[in-house]
Design a protein around this ligand. Structure first.
Ligand code: CA
Length: 709
């Protein structure tokens, strides 16, 4: 294996590499049961391969010298439309995938033969396409996963037969599962999403992996003090809230990141934004609002609080600390430190001492304007003027989509670098005109619970929306290399001991770069944008790389930026792709690029006032979350500007008000009146008209979208 200039700084690399039998040497408590045995990277039994969540493969057959020979071994076309964005698993020559509606499949890794399929029959399909589930967990011959509707399920990994199923949410609530469960010892833990929708109080729940018996639950934010607190941590947290926060839920959902630390037998959970987004509403006299936007360490056996670090005290931007958290042992000032690393939405790269929760580093890995810096002594950010939009409208970098979203970053112990998929994109924040005192949590969970105006179409700077793969040195606290990419959205990362980093891109290319220098070494045209995360494993003497290819996922809202790639929701080919050295398969030639035939309603008459009202409702009802800002779909849902349903008021109301397409993932907005849906229609028709005008090359100066206020 080649030497790297950073190698000297890595005094001890992660557990799986450090101890030939994986976590065995380090498990004081609940360590067993995660892997059957560690094997030098033979299997990929968890989202990040091992419990460090490094997304690192120690395999070297595919390396910087041989990667040019990497070819397609096989592919499998998913039934459409089925969101394909999650991280697969591989154990013993079998690949496991999760796709839209939480459908799980097993494939022979060497041949691509479908072995079984398990469909949990998610009846409550609200937004299931856009959110999906991001991964699976493996435990002793079982595949564990959370269905979008809140069920935590275990199926037999060999047969695909259901072993147990447990509802982890409360009846009728608006939480949903979008992340992968994590296994620790003979236990499994799952969180949930929903800090935008309804009045939700975040929690994680641990279960016995064999039978699904609930062991403990940890709430991330305090409830109504009159009802008493569950534990001391909640009583402590309540001191950081003001007003009647419990009426708004509070947020702090753990929708993705959970890392189990076998050395210290504890869990780290990453929590989301506060709910509603606007801090002035949920905590009117200020306060940090623990434990939103925080990393919290919990005792793995009891769920008791150990320490926390909050990346955004009093979050007011939809920042989160739900991005994947990577464990490593790094030489900091010449001393080995057990660290936890995260690149949350807010644009700072954090290194924490995971024994104590003490901040070691917090440095900007992307454009950041909300804070000047983070004070290492107090651990607190030094915010910039008007960061909290107290003086009115402001554009802040990053915005709610984050400099880094949920697509995993990877850490290579050989190069010493962390590979972060990033997007440089601001948000427009303003709460003028909103009655902060009279604000109520919306009844319909699909109404954005923000409490601010989101300006989606008029004020995003022209240079926004670029994407990069950033190689970050967590010890030197700097970017070592950065590769600009076709922007708008991006895939998760895999790094290997072959000095490689793999990442899929918005333009449909899967690319391998050299890990130390970022030199592009290999490219495959997947014919569809990639948001998923590759894995690598070993079967019968050969190293494979697999990835789900497809374009979608929460955060994919800027259709304007990705339209040029042409990944239409209905026509895009979503596939499981598997590569091996000297693989000789090829994808069939792509069909003709999907044409968007923008509707031209005969009865459309421009009406700027009605269109502005429609634009506001389109944002406040979260229509953009799937159909894209400005009604320009990004591939995650149909483009409404080309939907015949929009041309007819009664058809539109059957879908939007009555829920005729609920089974296809379109929520029902029962509270809207036909006058309001008429305004939405008018807005979409105006957007379709604008697109037609632009297509025909006519002047568009009079057709710019109106700002949503
Ligand atoms: Ca959020």
């Amino acid at each position: 294996m080649r030497r790297f200039k950073h190698r000297a700084r890595i005094v001890a690399i992660m557990l799986a590499v450090m101890t030939p039998l994986g976590i065995g040497a380090a498990t004081a408590g609940a360590g067993s049961g995660f892997f059957s045995a560690d094997d030098g990277g033979k299997d990929w039994p968890a989202g990040g391969r091992d419990q460090s969540d490094q997304h690192f493969s120690p395999l070297t057959q595919v390396n910087e010298d041989t990667v040019g020979r990497l070819g397609l071994a096989w592919y499998w076309d998913l039934p459409k439309p089925q969101l394909a964005i999650s991280v697969p698993l591989e154990v013993g020559g079998v690949i496991y995938t999760a796709t839209g509606y939480s459908i799980v499949r097993a494939f022979s890794a060497s041949t691509g033969k479908l072995l079984w399929e398990y469909d949990p029959v998610v009846r409550d399909r609200r937004m299931a396409q856009a959110w999906g589930i991001r991964g699976l967990a493996y435990w002793k011959g079982h595949i564990l996963f959370g269905a979008v509707d809140g069920r935590l399920m275990s199926v037999n990994a060999r047969t695909g037969k259901l072993v147990w199923s447990m509802q982890t949410l409360q009846k009728g609530d608006s939480r949903y599962i979008s992340g992968a469960p994590r296994v620790f010892g003979d236990k499994v833990i799952i969180g949930h999403g929903g800090a935008e929708f309804g009045a939700n109080r975040g929690y994680v729940t641990a279960f016995d992996a064999a039978g699904g018996r609930q062991l403990w639950r940890f709430f991330t934010v305090p409830g109504d003090p009159a009802k008493g607190f569950e534990n001391k941590a909640m009583a402590l947290a309540a001191q950081t809230w003001t007003g009647q926060w419990w009426k708004f839920g509070g947020g702090g959902t753990v929708w993705d990141a959970i890392t189990y630390d076998p050395e210290l037998d504890r869990l780290y959970i990453g929590t989301s934004n506060g709910e509603p987004w606007n801090h002035k509403i949920r905590s009117p006299q200020g306060g940090d609002n623990l434990f939103v936007t925080s990393i919290v360490a919990l005792d793995a056996n009891t769920g008791d609080y150990i320490w926390h670090y909050q990346v955004n005290p009093g979050d007011s931007w939809d920042y989160t600390a739900t991005q994947n958290m990577v464990m490593a042992t790094l030489a900091i000032d010449g001393r080995p430190r057990k660290v936890l690393m995260q690149a949350p939405k807010n644009g700072f790269f954090y290194v924490l001492d995971r024994e104590t929760g003490k901040l070691i580093g917090a440095d900007k890995y992307d454009k950041v304007t909300w804070a000047d810096h983070v004070d290492l002594d107090s651990g607190r950010p030094v915010e910039n003027p008007n960061a909290r939009y107290q003086d009115g409208h402001t554009v802040i970098w990053p915005g709610p989509v984050g400099a880094h979203s949920w697509q995993p970053m990877a850490f290579n112990p050989n190069s010493g670098l962390v590979y972060i998929p990033t997007m440089t994109m601001p948000g427009s924040y303003d709460d003028r005109g909103i009655d902060l005192k009279a604000y109520r949590a919306p009844q319909n969970p699909f109404t954005l619970h923000g409490g601010l105006n989101i300006d989606t179409t008029s004020e995003i700077p022209a240079d926004a929306g670029t994407s990069s793969l950033v190689a970050w040195d967590p010890v030197g606290k700097k970017t070592v290399w950065r590769v600009e990419q076709p922007g708008g959205w991006y895939g998760g990362t895999l790094t290997t001991a072959g000095n490689l980093v793999f990442q899929g891109r918005a333009d449909g290319k899967l690319v391998a770069y050299s890990a130390d220098k970022g030199k592009p070494l290999w490219t495959f045209d997947a014919q569809v944008g990639i948001v998923g995360t590759p894995i690598s494993y070993w079967v019968d003497g050969r190293q494979y790389v697999s990835i789900l290819a497809g374009f979608g996922g929460s955060g994919l809202v800027f259709g304007e930026m990705v339209r040029r790639f042409g990944w239409d929701y209905r026509s895009q080919k979503r596939r499981l792709l598997t590569f091996v050295l000297d693989g000789t398969q090829s994808l069939p030639a792509p069909g003709p690029r999907a044409q968007t035939n923008f509707i031209d309603a005969l009865d459309y008459r421009p009406n700027p006032t009605l269109e502005q009202l429609g634009s506001r409702i389109f944002v406040s009802k979260s229509c953009y979350a799937c159909h894209g800002f400005g009604a320009i779909a990004a591939g995650g849902a149909p483009d409404l500007r080309a939907s015949a349903i929009v041309t007819d008021q009664s058809s539109f109301d059957r879908v939007v008000i009555k829920g005729a397409l609920e089974s296809a993932g379109m929520p029902k907005f029962y509270e809207l009146t036909p006058a309001e849906t008429g305004a939405i229609r008018q807005y979409i028709l105006s957007r379709a008209r604008l697109a037609r005008v632009q297509e025909s090359g006519e002047s568009v100066s009079s057709a710019q979208p109106a700002p949503a206020r």
